[in-house]
Design a binder for this molecule. Sequence first.
Ligand SMILES: [Cu+2]
Length: 487
Amino acid sequence: MACSRRAFLSGTVAAAATLTACGRSPSSPSTARFDLTAAIERTEAQRPHSGRAVSTTLTAQRSPVDLGGVNVRTLVYGDSVPGPLIRADVGDDIAVTVHNRLDHPTSVHWHGITLRNDMDGAAPATPDISAGQSFTYQFSAPRPGTYWAHPHTGLDADYGLYLPVIIDDPREPGDYDAEWIVVLDDWTDGVGPDPQQILDGLRSRGMGHMPSMGGMGSRLLGGDAGDVRYPAYLINGRVPAAPTSFSAKPGQRIRIRLVNAASDTAFRVALAGHTMTVTHTDGYPVVPADVDAVLIGMGERYDVVVTAGDGVFALVAAAEGKDALARALLTTGAGSPPDPAFTPTELTGRVGTVSMFTAAPEANLWSGHSDVNLQARLSGGMMRYDWAINGQPYENHQPLGIRQGETATLTFANATMMWHPMHLHGHTFQVIRADGSPGARKDTVIVQPRQNVGVALIADNPGIWMLHCHNTYHQAAGMMTSLDYTG
Ligand SMILES: [Cu+2]
């Protein structure tokens, strides 16, 4: 396996080096001879290593799942939605053996973790796992935070193949008494059309049995909220009529780790009767900010802290612009749960959106200087369903190039009438606000229609890294390119 992987990577590097030789400095031997495999090993040696091993197994398979009285047979890790939590400390040697019992190739991508490129779980850096085969992802995670894992193959991400990943820093225990992991999803498989039928319908508007799409507008998302109206929305794998319940004591400080694992749905999340203090965006600390609700796009994570009241409270994730919701309950005392359709007033209070948050000083990376300016122009539309980056679908993509050690600004220029949650693998970036000031550290950022969003990043993790829209259907239609290290 190690042997074939090395050969595979060498092939990729050769392609990247050729591109560079044509584009930049044809005579530079250092560029032409860039050894990506060696660069990945050098970078891995610089990551923290605790010497402790954390090993687990995931089996991707079709299995019956109870979503709370709604029974489906779907694709899951093991037999639950979400899959089992993976938790480790910074620097632990994480080894996850994945058995692929699906009828097609799959992968596991470690979303947000700045790990070694050949364990990223996205082709071509990591080859997909063939049906019936197994593969062990082995890596150390250099930063604490709230992450998650999901396949990077076809429409696999719109089934139940996802799980939370938490990386702890034992030196930073955190100022909270309890922790609640909340994973949001939009659900169709086994209830409505399956994901392939949805994509086929989107590609041939009016010809298929497409879910209704009228009137899904959102002020917070700058227009159309999504492409698909889902039959169900889930928190931790349950429909609103049969919610999970989290128990705590009144007065306890609860850290809520919100993960949006949905395919086409942003959620506006609020806890009835509580103010939320946002502490982290995509795993990185922010200057704490109080909000009544927070907007979370696909792939994003927000950590918030609440001080628990006394009673039974609904945590509601309203499907933004789709007039539907998911929910869970917080139980700290006597009381009965509100009606499944109940919407807390906090949803229409102060709603936290990305531009409101600023990285904590230790998470700052934008100095105002960049060596390279990269651009990802987002194009396409609903009628032709031809989502693309820099004018090309992924199959024809021209990689963005970067050299190790460079500081770059990357501008997402959205020429479309839709919003897109843009995600970069292997790196986190800092949002640069419209006025030039440094914003939140993120790996996924909402880009509104006709909006330009600039982010700063440091090229410190050599590899071939996917850059794409985290709307599963936009990505499948081709809204993906790559950031390739060329030296
Ligand atoms: Cu998109």
